[in-house]
Each structure stands twice: as structure tokens, then as C-alpha cells.
Write a protein that binds this ligand. Sequence first.
Ligand code: 5GP
Ligand code: ZN
Length: 112
Amino acid sequence: MNNDCIFCKIISGEIPSKKVYEDETVYAFEDIAPVAPVHILVVPKTHIANALEITEENSSVIAHIYEVIGKIAREKGIESFRVVNNCGEDAGQTVFHLHFHIIGGRKCGIMA
Ligand code: 5GP
Ligand code: ZN
């Protein structure tokens, strides 16, 4: 738990969110400003700032996050979707707690 982190506060319940999925290591919730009919954020419960902080010790949660992404996509009935992970300010990262956007329910544009 990082006291300055809004996603840590969402995971702990201090800040409300629309929960989509939860287990021991992962939490998923609806993005507050959706860019598509389906826009869900999947985060590890442990505070990892971004992809640069993924190490041998904590990387197993990433595989699990992708299992969860598939589960959520099937539940939402989207067969085609984009997974986005922004790392660093220039890439558009605004919340420094590792998160994967599931974006679907509409045709996506080209990358970048
Ligand atoms: P980033 O730009 O860091 O890749 O994505 C951060 C995402 O978090 C944005 O899509 C933004 O809408 C979402 N977000 C920021 N604050 C909150 C919040 O308090 N609650 C929820 N549900 N989403 C948030
Ligand atoms: Zn955090």
C-alpha cells in the first residue's frame, strides 16, 4: 500500500470503484473516463509503479493479470479488444500504479 497512490486507495476501498473482478493478487474496475463501451483497468494489488518495476520477484502477477484479462473479456462478450499499458509520462501514464487497460466494444484505431 502506497498512501499517495489512488489505485492503492481503490484496492483498499478507501476510494470507491465499480469492481469487475477481484482475487488475492489482482483487482479490476471500470475506468472513470471510459474511451470505449468496455474500458476496464486491471491492476496488481501490490504497488508496482510501472513496467520498469517488474522484476523476477514480482513478474508472476503479470501472467495472472493476462489470465484475468481473458476471463473478463469473455464475461463481457468481447472477442476483440486492445490491452494498453502506458509506462512513463511521455507514453501517457498518469497513474503510477501498474495497470492494464482493456479497451473494447468498438473498432480501435491504429496504434500511436
Ligand atoms: P493511464 O493514463 O495512467 O494509462 O491511465 C490511468 C487511467 O485511470 C485513466 O484512463 C483514468 O481515466 C483512470 N482513472 C484515474 N483516476 C481514476 C479513479 O479515481 N477511478 C477510476 N475508476 N479510474 C481512474
Ligand atoms: Zn499503488
